[in-house]
Design a protein around this ligand. Structure first.
Ligand code: SDX
Length: 428
């Protein structure tokens, strides 16, 4: 196969190299196109445009494959733990038993945050969405660790910043929840595992004994694994482009949290539950809402369906759907919204509109149902997504910095007014 692509512009032919990835994906390297031809390419939403070469996550949308550093998501979800997966994503290799124990100890030692964070938290009214609180608290880390913002930061400093944010994110997330419900915050406990500690800070109260249900802690650990990375999605690309200006890890992660918040991205898990509850309140007529989703004049979309890359089942959705049945069964929870979700899925998978557009349930379609069964309030669903995606964002930021990638600065095609003379206001 020729490894050159030829492009003809106004009768001139330009040759561009074709590169091939380790999974035989091919890409045309257009980095010299403008210099040779004066032309650029344009691709709104970057649907056909690669931004980087990455060794972190591989996904095949047609075959429904997802692997972190080569390991299939199904194996990691069933056999690994979230902190082990975080170590894998960030370092590139699975840890030895000693390395994992050392990593867990380091994380445990950094879960506490400076008391002055309570003053920041107190500034947020209970109406604040936890995602806005979370991104603000993460940005505020730059104030408490000013060396973390130094562009000439050493890798030792970066690695310490990485441990700090992995350790403190559950504390911030739980405190954002406590701020919403008006309860006193709970301090982290280093004798608990990562997810049990999170649940303790979320649902514990100073006046009562709280012990996290292992079924719930295990389910959350699995959900965090399933959300840990997803190559160049909207929020990961945001983290990379913000970091490409040599902004700090914390500033870049805060930007990623805000990108994830959108209902077309990580905010979809909250939107799915709100949609299902709306359908239920409307009488549960699944076909009526399917018709609305297909009606071009109706802004309603079937949240939790469709994906930019997966044109087959999102492998995470399959695992989460099974886990939903297991967790609700184990907890003895009956949720009529789960039946509506299954009814919607059944109708959609047989509907030409969805089949033609290859719209399948994505990671967000069932995750909200599990979170709800676990007692996580709806407005915290996207915070759970951010908690899971954190190691992926870190790995993407670190890879971009290690590879010394240039500052991200796309071009454009100008379609505005051509040159014109200024007219004084008395003559307009
Ligand atoms: C995540 O990128 C990632 O990896 C993201 C993520 C991750 O792990 O980081 O996987 C997490 O964000 C999952 C997606 C969560 N979002 C939703 O569930 C929101 C509902 N889904 C859609 O808005 C949509 O499917 C997107 C945003 C996910 C993808 O949009 P695209 O790739 O830009 O596709 P599109 O909007 O151009 O849709 C193509 C066609 C259109 O119809 P036509 O114009 O061709 O007639 O499919 C239709 C769309 O109208 N369509 C839908 C639909 N999704 C797409 N129609 C009804 N309901 C939907 N959900």
């Amino acid at each position: 196969m020729s490894n050159i692509a030829e492009i003809n512009i106004n009768g001139n032919t330009y040759s561009l190299p074709i590169i091939e990835g380790s999974e035989k994906e091919t890409a045309i390297d257009i980095s010299k196109l403008r210099g040779q031809s004066g032309a650029i390419t344009i691709d709104p939403g970057f649907k056909n445009t690669g931004s980087t070469k990455s060794a972190i996550t591989f996904l095949d949308g047609e075959r429904g494959i997802l692997r972190y550093r080569g390991y299939p998501i199904e194996q990691l979800a069933n056999k690994s733990s979230f902190l082990e997966v975080a170590y894998l994503l960030i370092t590139g290799e699975l840890p030895s038993a000693e390395e994992l124990t050392e990593f867990q100890k380091k994380v445990s030692r950094h879960t506490l945050v400076h008391e002055d964070f309570k003053k920041i938290l107190d500034g947020f009214p209970s109406t604040s969405h936890p995602m806005g609180v979370l991104s603000s608290l993460v940005t505020a880390l730059t104030a408490f660790y000013p060396h973390s913002t130094d562009p000439a930061r050493s890798w030792a400093q970066v690695n310490l910043s990485i441990v700090r944010i992995i350790a403190k994110m559950p504390t911030f997330a739980a405190w954002a929840y406590k701020n919403k419900v008006g309860q006193p915050i709970m301090y982290p406990r280093n004798d608990l595992d990562y997810c049990s500690n999170f649940l303790y800070m979320m649902f514990g109260l100073p006046s009562t004994e709280y012990h996290a249900d292992p079924v719930i802690a295990d389910a959350i650990d699995k959900l965090l694994i399933l959300h840990a990375d997803h190559e160049q999605n909207c929020s990961a690309s945001t983290v990379r482009i913000v970091g490409s200006s040599q902004a700090s890890l914390y500033a870049s992660l805060s930007a990623g949290i805000n990108a994830l918040w959108g209902p077309l991205h990580g905010g979809a898990n909250q939107a799915v539950i709100e949609m299902l509850e709306g359908i239920r309140a409307d009488g549960g007529n699944v076909q009526k809402w399917m018709n609305k989703a297909k009606d071009k004049n109706d802004p309603f979309r079937l949240m939790g369906f469709g994906h930019r890359v997966y044109k087959n089942f999102d492998p995470r959705a399959k695992i989460i759907k099974r886990a939903a049945d297991d967790v609700l069964g184990a907890l003895g929870v009956v949720d009529p919204v789960l039946d509506i979700a299954k009814g919607l899925e059944e109708v959609a998978l047989q509907d030409d509109y969805f089949i033609e557009r290859k719209l399948y349930p994505n990671v967000d379609f069932y995750s909200g149902i599990i979170y709800r069964a676990l007692g996580i309030p709806t407005e915290m669903f996207t915070v759970m997504f951010a908690l899971g995606r954190l190691p992926g964002w870190i790995a993407q930021w670190k890879e971009m910095r290690e590879n010394k990638e240039p500052i991200g600065r796309p071009r454009q095609v100008y379609i505005g007014a051509t040159e014109r003379e200024y007219v004084s206001i008395d003559k307009r």
